[in-house]
Design a protein around this ligand. Sequence first.
Ligand SMILES: Nc1nc2c(c(=O)[nH]1)N[C@H]1C(S)=C(S)[C@@H](COP(=O)(O)OP(=O)(O)OC[C@H]3O[C@@H](n4cnc5c(N)ncnc54)[C@H](O)[C@@H]3O)O[C@H]1N2
Ligand code: MOO
Length: 650
Amino acid sequence: MSKTKNFYLENIPLDEAWRRFIAALEGCGMWSELPGEAVALEEALGRVTAQPVWAALSSPGYHASAMDGFAVRSSETIGASETAPKRIPVGPNGPASYVDTGDAIPSWADAVIMIEHTQRIDDADGSQSIEIHAAVAPWTAIRPMGEDMVATELVLPANHLLKPVDLGALAGSGHTTVQVRRKPRVAVLPTGTELITVEQAAREGVKPGDIIEYNSLVLSAQVREWGGEPTRYPITIDDYQLIREKVRTAAETHDLVLVNAGSSAGSEDFTSSIVEDLGTLLVHGVAVRPGHPVILGVVANTPVIGIPGYPVSCALTSETFVEPLLSRWRGQQPNQKPRVQASITRKLLSPIGEDEMVRVTAGRVGERVVAAPLSRGAGVITSLVRADGIVRIPRFSEGVEAGQQVSVELYRTPADIERTVVHIGSHDLCLDLLAQHLADSGRRFTSANAGSLGGLLALRRGDAHLAGSHLLDPATGEYNVSYVKQHLPGIPVVLMTLVHREQGLIVAKGNPKGIRTLADLSREDVQFVNRQRGAGTRVLLDYHLEKQGIAAGSIGGYRREEFTHMAVAVAVQSGAADCGLGIASAAQALGLDFIPLEKERYDLVIPRVYFESELVRPLLDLVHGSRLRREVDALSGYDTAGMGKIIELD
Ligand SMILES: Nc1nc2c(c(=O)[nH]1)N[C@H]1C(S)=C(S)[C@@H](COP(=O)(O)OP(=O)(O)OC[C@H]3O[C@@H](n4cnc5c(N)ncnc54)[C@H](O)[C@@H]3O)O[C@H]1N2
Ligand code: MOO
């Protein structure tokens, strides 16, 4: 038994990895549809027919009236007209007889006259007749036997995904059960000594080194969504023999085994050795990121996929390999996401040699759809939660330039993209509140952090509907106006004040270093954390440093840049820095101390075309209403007195 570690991950192109996998699956009879099983119609929704279904009965099973009215012989109506109406006596055996919709037509009749086209006449002798003003052709208002389905006719082909109406057609044609493909049985094995269950975390808290296990939850839910039947195994610690035993037994009772984590080259990454030990290792490492260290193999005629541990890699690897396999077994084509052409909002470098899947948000801005890249971290599951789609950067390309056209594989519908308000710029907590309420008006709100200046540049390129900005002009003491004039020349713009907010020094609880003023940042024992160039907060800092004659070079940590207020606050909370400049609400959110420096104005910069658009209107209504104002007032460090004030710049 081998326990050797596989230090050498391959870099196999995706299509080659699939070729190897399919060849091996064909070899063990696992690259074809799964056999059928009979299920009751009530259980059959979302299943796939395993064979064609032929009608057992005709429907309707007799000639049925299509209308409420009178069954007649059409020959008796000939000659009837407005000027020469005809009377036909009513009786159980004709020549006219009342029928309801769906009733069988009497054998002597061959047409039905709708009741509203007849006039009832009560004759003196107590008998009845109808008067008609038009003739009817044979088979008028009759649903002939078998109009819907004739016995022996094809109702559904094989490999048909059953929808609600299909179940009706099956019952209507006389079937009580239907043969559907067996659900693929998929074992989901989470492994890792660092893993704890979420219940354990809720009970005992999370210690450094603990990771809440949720990949198996995601994988099982994906399997279920794709028509499979998952078995979610409990966590197995990183122990070669324990994992080996689980893989061996799972392979005996399942169609597919997913081993999660332990796929790369670490000292406790056993999956590839175990697959080699128990069966055949086909692939270890594909030229795809995230998901590079994926393992493909076969154990006891059962495919085994080693899925990388990072949550984003895990979910995407499953989309890449598990979904197409389950589709194949169910006789379905692999899932094809809707695609849209979009313009990418910023330059992306991507390593040659690997296909990269970049998560993006997407929205329509004017004539174009724009795609804004999200975090590329393989551990950032929220980036997949927020993603509207995926952009693939092929392995023979070094990346894409800002403004380049890309194809986005959408997780949402094209209609969702049309109702998206796109924000690029400086972030503020109040935007999250706005986003929440916008959903009530059927709008989606996506936001990319690019800093205030980045936001203005995005507006100039036409990449966003609005940009949050708080850029102080040292010459005038005014916010945003001069920057908008400089960077958006010729574009009519509305500046709408969202809030005034308190900027200041964020320090650890109790202010252990006794930091009071900006001058303290130059102290030997104080480590600062800065914001990126172009951020309004950075402009504010540099303005005050200059005013007070403090040299940036004298501040330890001045060059260390974070991209958001919360990232600065987290750096202080974790002890990585003693102090950073940011907004009061970020300090409050993490229970940190705050030394106010300046009250600044945070505006939404909105090109007039969007300010006047139907899409953005609900956002303006929210800013002018009382609900958002009340909620912002409840946060610390904000002043809503100026909320909704407008400056127009042409
Ligand atoms: N020296 C190298 N190191 C790494 C390489 C490499 O090529 N050489 N590849 C990196 C890449 S890319 C990936 S992806 C990961 C894959 O790692 P593993 O599959 O071995 O997974 P772990 O290292 O055990 O875990 C990674 C990460 O994910 C967390 N995790 C694991 N399982 C779960 C779960 N069930 N639920 C939630 N989170 C989970 C785990 O705790 C780790 O934080 O390797 C890189 N390293
Ligand atoms: O390939 Mo790993 O999955 O990039 O993060």
